[in-house]
Design a protein around this ligand. Structure first.
Ligand code: MRU
Length: 363
C-alpha cells in the first residue's frame, strides 16, 4: 500500500487530503489544516483514528464530500494499522452528525473491508479498503467535474448572457472535495467560461469559511470577488446586485429539504423575495433517501464560545449563552434546482428526488 491519493490540487490550491504510506514511517492520512488557512498552509498528519476524529470535529477537515472521502480513508487507516476496524468505523461515522457523506464514506469502505476479510487475510482486506477509499476519492473528483458542467448549463439557461453576479455561502470548492468542489466548482466553471462578473462571498459566521477559505480559493483562481458580512446580504439583494445564489449541501432529504451551513435558509428566503434563482449543488452521496424530510435531519449544535468569542477573545459578556447551530434547513419550495453529477433536478420535490434515487441505483 504505497503511493498517493488520486486527487490533486487546482490552481495551486493543495489537495485537502492525501494518503501517504512512505514519508511518515507507516500509513497516515495527511490533511491540509483548514483551521490555519489562509494564514498558513500547514499539514495535519493523522496516524490513528482518534486523531482523525479530532480533526473532523475541529474542522481541520470539513465540507460534506470531503468528509465522505476522509471517512473512507479513516477505515482504510484502521485496517492498515491493524486497529479494531468496526469500532473505528463507528467513531468516524459519529464524529459529526449532519453531513451524511461521512457515514456514507465510512460504510462504503467498511463494506468492502468486511467482504474481503470474510474471504481472505486481514492484509488483503486492508488493501481492498484502501483501494475502495481511493476509488471513492477519484469518483468525487469526477462528480465535481460533472456538477460544474451541469451547473454552468443551468445558469446559461436561467440567466441573461453577459457577466453574472453570483452569491455563495460557506466554502464548497477544492477544499471540500477530490476535485473542484460543488457550488464553487460551478462558479469556477463560469469564471473559466468568462461569465463571472463578481463572486459575492458571505463571510459565514461564526467560523468564517467564506472569508477565510472561499475568498482564498477565489483569489488563487483569479476570480473577481468581494467578501460581505452575512448580515449585508439583504442589502445586496435589495440593490439588485445578485443574479443567482449557489450553495452546497450537507444532507438532502427525500423531499428535497436541504441542510447546509447556517445562514443558507435566510439566503433562500431573500432570493425568493427578490426573484433570484437559488441553486443547490451537491453530489448524489449527499442525498439521504432514507430521511423523509427536513425534520429528520440532525443539525449539529456547536460550542457557544464560537459565537461569544472572536479569534479567542471574548466579545459577549461573561456567561452569555449562545444559539450556535452549524447548519439550517431550506425547504424544497425555495430551491429552484439541485445540481448533481447525474444532472439537474427541477422542480425540487419528492418525485424528482425519487427519480434520482432510481437512476442512481440503476446506474
Ligand atoms: O461546518 P462545515 O464547514 O463542514 O460546513 C460545510 C458546509 O456547510 C458546506 O456548504 C457543505 O458541506 C457543502 S460542501 C460541498
Amino acid at each position: 500500500m504505497t503511493g498517493r491519493e488520486p486527487g490533486g490540487g487546482v490552481d495551486g490550491i493543495p489537495a485537502p487530503v492525501r494518503w501517504d504510506a512512505e514519508a511518515f514511517g507507516g500509513p497516515v492520512v495527511v490533511l491540509l489544516d483548514q483551521t490555519r488557512l489562509p494564514r498558513e498552509e500547514a499539514e495535519a498528519v493523522c496516524a490513528n483514528v482518534p486523531d482523525l476524529v479530532d480533526a473532523v470535529q475541529r474542522l481541520v477537515v470539513r465540507g460534506a464530500p470531503l468528509l465522505g472521502i476522509v471517512g473512507g480513508y479513516g477505515v482504510a487507516l484502521a485496517a492498515a494499522r491493524g486497529y479494531d476496524v468496526e469500532g473505528a468505523a463507528l467513531e468516524l461515522a459519529r464524529a459529526r452528525p449532519t453531513a451524511v457523506n461521512l457515514a456514507w464514506g465510512v460504510e462504503r469502505v467498511l463494506g468492502v473491508y468486511r467482504a474481503a476479510a470474510a474471504h481472505g487475510s486481514t492484509g488483503a482486506a486492508a488493501g481492498a479498503a484502501l483501494a475502495e477509499a481511493r476509488l471513492l476519492h477519484a469518483e468525487d473528483a469526477a462528480a465535481s467535474a460533472a456538477m460544474a458542467s451541469h451547473g454552468l448549463g443551468l445558469l446559461e439557461g436561467l440567466l441573461p448572457a453577459g457577466g453574472w453576479r453570483l452569491l455563495t455561502h460557506c466554502n464548497t470548492g477544492v477544499l471540500v472535495s477530490g476535485g473542484a468542489g460543488t457550488a464553487l466548482g460551478v462558479v469556477r466553471q463560469a469564471h473559466e467560461a468568462g461569465r463571472l462578473r463578481r463572486l459575492w462571498v458571505d463571510e459565514t459566521r461564526p467560523l468564517l469559511q467564506g472569508a477565510r477559505l472561499t475568498a482564498w480559493e477565489a483569489a488563487r483562481s483569479g476570480m473577481p470577488y468581494s467578501v460581505l458580512v452575512d448580515g449585508a446580504a439583504g442589502a445586496l439583494f435589495a440593490a439588485g446586485e445578485v443574479d443567482a445564489v449557489l450553495v452546497g449541501a450537507d444532507r438532502i432529504a427525500a423531499d428535497g429539504s436541504t441542510a447546509n451551513k447556517v445562514g443558507t435558509y435566510g439566503l433562500s428566503v431573500l432570493a425568493r423575495h427578490h426573484g433570484v434563482p437559488f441553486v443547490v449543488v451537491a453530489p448524489v452521496s449527499t442525498v439521504d433517501f432514507g430521511t423523509a424530510d427536513g425534520a429528520g435531519i440532525e443539525v449539529e449544535q456547536r460550542q457557544p464560545s464560537e459565537v461569544t468569542e472572536f479569534g479567542g477573545v471574548r466579545v459577549a459578556p461573561a456567561g452569555a449563552g449562545a444559539f450556535n447551530p452549524a447548519f439550517d434547513v431550506t425547504p424544497p419550495g425555495l430551491i429552484a434546482a439541485i445540481v448533481t453529477e447525474m444532472g439537474v433536478l427541477s422542480p425540487v420535490s419528492h418525485e424528482t428526488i425519487d427519480g434520482l434515487r432510481i437512476r442512481s441505483r440503476t446506474g
